[in-house]
Design a protein around this ligand. Sequence first.
Ligand SMILES: *Cc1c(COP(=O)(O)O)cnc(C)c1O
Length: 389
Amino acid sequence: MNIDYAQRIKRLPPYLFKEIDRMKDEVRARGVDIIDLGVGDPDLPTTDNVIDALTTAVRDPATHRYPSYSGMNLFREAAARWYKRRFDVDLDAATEVIALIGSKEGIANIPLAFIDPGDVLLHSSPCYPVYHSSTLFAGGQPYPMDLTARNDFLPDLGAVPQEILDRAKMMFVNYPNNPTAACCGLDFFREVAEFGRKNNIIVCHDAAYTEMYYDDFVPPSFLQVEGAKEVGVEFHSLSKTYNMTGWRLGFAVGHPEVIAGLGKVKSNIDSGAFNAIQIAGVEALAGDQSAVKEMQSIYRERRNILVQGLKELGLEVELPKATFYVWVKTPKSHDSASFAKLLLEKAGVVVTPGAGFGQAGEGYVRFALTVDKARIGDAAKRIKECMSA
Ligand SMILES: *Cc1c(COP(=O)(O)O)cnc(C)c1O
């Protein structure tokens, strides 16, 4: 029997982390104590109030049945109230909010509602790889807008050729940004909203990291821009804010017809997030928020230790204002893969090569602040030793 993958699978870019994964196993087999700063998955636990809400909810048989496609009213109302409190944005919970099985699910599904073969989807690059693959799955053409240090890691919207604009139907942007840790203010979001309106492009803003911030800068929502709700939607996730990556819960908010389009796709693919998890999500969004402040202070400390250590080595790195990533320029003699390889083999430290997030990420590696500060300190020390050797 001949097993032949569909074109949409064949067209996926090669998995660039495969080589790192293989080397990680090899180095670990040598008995090296690996410090893994590769994956963007919080090491902090979900808080007790959320766990308690789940355990109570899961004992109620009413939660055991199929959820509603767009999410429980209770959850959508909690999301709307959270937006009002955090961003002063008004949302109609019935038509402008949809629950997601993690925001990745919504990001992966939304192009299926709007992108036809031949349509273009613009996305920032380097990026969360799902923007690219979900476009390919919908038969669309991804068009990367490069983020460079020269442009403060903001896409140059004016540089997109007219021929591409004519075919573009949707765009993805993401601030605070993974992997570059760059932030933007409302000025840039205003520019994006205007660009979307003028060119009839649905704007999708991925807001996974708006609560992971450290200094005076408080990341805004795209929906805070006047009229933004008429051009797009924003994806939000409980994963990073509340240490709930494994729970799979997020939501999208914004333009009612865009939300409805995503709902049409979802109702044919999944049957919604488990009600007990949505009830726990209500507790996360509406309950005591002090754990968010604690999370920020933990990452702030880790960030300071790592950035200080890397700067002492003469590496080119900015102190990130948000996200739990540090985006570091590779030394001149290395590309991103060879520098990641060096750090793994000589220091036992796993980082992610920037090229794995798109060609524009070449020349950088990403550190994730997902181990405790003592281990972060060890990582910095080991890197120092290996680079001065
Ligand atoms: C982690 C992450 C997400 C999604 O997380 P979910 O767990 O699916 O909610 C989305 N976008 C970016 C940029 C991320 O880093």
